[in-house]
Ligand binder design. Structure first.
Ligand SMILES: Cc1cc2nc3c(=O)[nH]c(=O)nc-3n(C[C@H](O)[C@H](O)[C@H](O)COP(=O)(O)OP(=O)(O)OC[C@H]3O[C@@H](n4cnc5c(N)ncnc54)[C@H](O)[C@@H]3O)c2cc1C
Length: 465
């Protein structure tokens, strides 16, 4: 039986909820976190972390196949056991889930097991193992999101999968259709292709990674085609039929209809917020038409004592955005002054190979805002480190506003892109210019020199290209 008074009750222990709870505890608040499943949320258990474990295996397979001979490593016929990679990814998730529980102990946060529901503006009713009612001065809702599948698609975990089933499925099919070329679709397409599946991707938008700079999306598409992953953009999913020996997917590109066949289909076209049955209507917390909780600049909902963070509060659906919002909510609740999150300073990363990472405005968006802009590009074919390590696909592209050369966007494709983007994120926080990057010493040889060179290129003074 859980009951009691707290300063803060957080519902949901994903990267938004658990990180926010830790920050609140650091600030002296008495905190309880209600979690119906495994601490760590989607990110640690069914998202970011296990998928990156699988991507590491995929990259290893590709490296041995594509680059082994270059370095005198002849692995011969590789024997692949994808089940072992899945086992590893589950162990990693378990380990990090336990890590969250020990962080709760360390910070004296009460973990309440069960399903939380707003019973009033300052109370949360819990059903499940720790049933009871928790009272608190403030409530943070952090219940996240789950897979969305269009009507007519029944996920069975055998022929029809979402990322959730894929993260447990130990068999690689002969062929796979991936519906949706967003981050999740791209990452799984890469994993399955490296482990031997014939993969076809379908994307309704006219580019992969809708929202990314088209130049980056085109580079990714080119590389995927080179890996024999078929990519069909501008192609709409129409209908799925499941048969005893596989799936048939009817698609439409313009006037053209076609039926594709494969052993399995992975649906990766979106997520929906977990906002139903949270007591939102009872208490008067407003949501948008899709069920995401509407929040103001300080993550406040329409009820002053209730805040919402992370996926539940809407796009971008990213773990670091959730965590940063958790920290911000905790600090505002504790009365600290701090800046609100700037959506243009939240990086987006795709961890297939080549990796794609971006932040801020695309070139087209920057042109819309500033008229003419300065754009600097540097291809990895001209980077000593990239050439030495045989990872020459991709480029760094920096977009700067015309007056001072302040960086307003950056788009990276290639090995290490997801690490390199941190320099640009810091540059944007500091409102840095391309000149300031040019005055920063970048170790040689490193991939980070591509950032330096792209900055130089934006000023029309490339050195190595
Ligand atoms: C396959 C995949 C890969 C991804 N990879 C990345 C990546 O590389 N980088 C990245 O930034 N993002 C990635 N994401 C997105 C990321 O996982 C989410 O943005 C992030 O987990 C959101 O955090 P959150 O705290 O808002 O919610 P969640 O992580 O969804 O956590 C919400 C928690 O609340 C609990 N909960 C829900 N309702 C209740 C209730 N009523 N009572 C009690 N508990 C409840 C849930 O059980 C869950 O534990 C990925 C997602 C997927 C699916």
């Amino acid at each position: 039986m859980a009951a009691g008074r707290f300063d803060l009750v957080v519902v949901g222990a994903g990267p938004g909820g658990y990180v926010g709870a830790i920050r609140a505890a650091q600030l002296g608040q008495r905190v309880a976190v209600v979690e119906q499943d495994r601490p760590g949320g989607v990110c640690l258990n069914w998202g970011c972390i296990p998928s990156k474990a699988l991507l590491t295996g995929a990259e290893l397979v590709e490296t041995l196949r594509a680059h082994g001979p270059t370095f005198g490593v002849e692995a011969g016929e590789l024997r692949l056991d994808y089940g072992k990679a899945i086992d590893h990814s589950r162990k990693v998730a378990d380990r990090l889930c336990k890590g969250v529980q020990s962080l709760f102990k360390k910070n004296r946060i009460t973990l309440v097991r069960g399903r939380g529901r707003l019973a009033g503006p300052t109370s949360v009713a819990v059903t499940g193992p720790d049933e009871g009612v928790l009272e608190a001065a403030n409530v943070v809702l952090a219940t996240g999101s789950t897979e969305w599948t269009p009507p007519g698609i029944e996920v069975d975990g055998r022929r029809v999968l979402t990322s959730r089933e894929a993260l447990e499925s130990k068999a690689i099919p002969g062929s796979l259709i991936v519906i949706g070329a967003g981050a999740v679709g791209v990452e799984f397409a890469y994993v399955y292709a490296c482990y031997g599946a014939r993969v076809t991707m379908i994307e309704m938008a006219d580019q992969m990674l809708p929202g990314a700079d088209p130049e980056a999306a085109q580079a990714l598409e080119r590389e995927f085609r080179r890996k024999k992953i078929a990519v069909r953009t501008g192609t709409r999913f129409e209908e799925l039929k499941v048969e005893s020996d596989g799936v048939r997917v009817r698609v439409r590109a313009g006037e053209q209809e076609e039926e594709l066949r494969a052993d399995q289909v992975l649906v990766a076209i979106g997520r929906r917020p977990l906002s139903a049955d949270l007591g939102l209507e009872t208490v008067g917390v407003a949501t948008d038409g899709k069920g995401f909780v509407q929040v103001g600049p300080r993550l406040e909902t329409s009820v002053p004592t209730v805040r919402a963070i992370g996926d539940l509060a809407g796009a971008p659906l990213l773990a670091h955005k959730a965590s940063e919002e958790g920290v911000a909510a905790a600090e505002w609740i504790a009365g600290l002054e701090r800046p609100a999150l700037d959506p243009l300073r939240i990086p987006a990363c795709i961890y297939a190979q080549p990796q794609v990472a971006w932040i801020g405005l695309t070139e087209a968006q920057a042109k819309e805002r500033y008229g003419e802009v300065r754009v600097g590009r540097f291809p990895f074919t001209a980077s000593g480190k990239a050439v030495a390590s045989a990872h020459t696909a991709g480029f760094a592209k920096i977009v700067a506003e015309p007056r001072f050369g302040q960086i307003v966007g950056a788009h990276l494709v290639g090995h290490g892109a997801t690490e390199l983007i941190a320099e640009l994120a810091l540059a944007m926080t500091l409102e840095a210019t391309t000149t300031e990057i040019a005055h920063t010493s970048h170790a040689h040889p490193t991939l980070s020199e591509a950032i330096l060179e792209a900055s130089l290129a934006a000023e029309g003074r490339s050195l190595n290209f």
